[in-house]
Design a protein around this ligand. Structure first.
Ligand code: DGI
Ligand code: FE
Ligand code: FE
Ligand code: FE
Length: 190
């Protein structure tokens, strides 16, 4: 079973204070969304807890870990290595935190870019990451926070749309997966 106390203890050591607080916020928000959408609460909590476990690893080290462990990188990830905290985080969840559940691992991989046809847990973590109580630098927060508990797919699409808009305006390189995720859900809503 999941030793949430042990994971939390490790995370407190490997994350800075703000990231640790964000992590707790995401974990509890995941639990709340799991209650609303009748998903396994413990699994949602664990996925939220571990989603950013690689966030405080320096970029150079993340790139090294990807090369060493054959983790495939896109060109955008090579250029924007912070994106790799998702894939590296999934790797650490498996190998350090000993998580065997594939849905949890996938949710960690998908938490930054999203992807087409996300699982319920992918959606829960992706959305919780955006709406957790400490988050304040995101578009349409109060609207999306309410929407998340009313229509999970609509909230997901709104976040994908706002993220793409932000990346386009700020000139960030867009990962192919972010673009594909947006287009997939756009089909559904526009
Ligand atoms: O790790 P967190 O900050 O909690 O959240 P996250 O892992 O979801 O990362 C959020 C940031 O990632 C946000 O500023 C948007 C950015 N992002 C998402 N998709 C892409 C992206 N940045 C770039 N450059 N390209 C993407 O495709
Ligand atoms: Fe993240
Ligand atoms: Fe996110
Ligand atoms: Fe996060």
């Amino acid at each position: 079973d999941y030793d949430i106390k042990k994971y939390t203890k490790r995370l407190r050591k490997v994350l800075d204070d703000d990231r640790f607080e964000h992590t707790l916020g995401v974990s509890y928000t995941c639990a709340a969304l799991a209650m609303r959408y009748e998903y396994d609460i413990k699994k949602a909590q664990v996925a939220g807890l571990l989603h950013d476990c690689a966030k405080c690893i320096p970029d150079e080290k993340k790139l090294q870990l990807c090369i060493k462990h054959n983790i495939q990188m896109t060109d955008v990830e090579r250029k924007t290595p912070f994106l790799l905290h998702a894939k590296v985080g999934a790797f650490l969840a498996m190998n350090q935190y000993k998580i065997k559940d594939k849905e949890i691992i996938q949710a960690i991989i998908n938490h930054t870019t999203g992807k087409p046809n996300m699982s319920m847990l992918d959606k829960i973590v992706y959305i919780a990451d955006y709406i957790e109580p400490q988050r304040y630098k995101a578009a349409n927060l109060s609207v999306v926070r309410k929407m998340a508990f009313e229509d999970i797919n609509l909230a997901l699409f709104q976040i994908l749309k706002d993220t793409l808009k932000y990346l386009t305006e700020s000139g960030g390189d867009i990962d192919p997966m972010t673009q594909k995720a947006y287009e997939y859900y756009k089909e559904e809503f526009e």
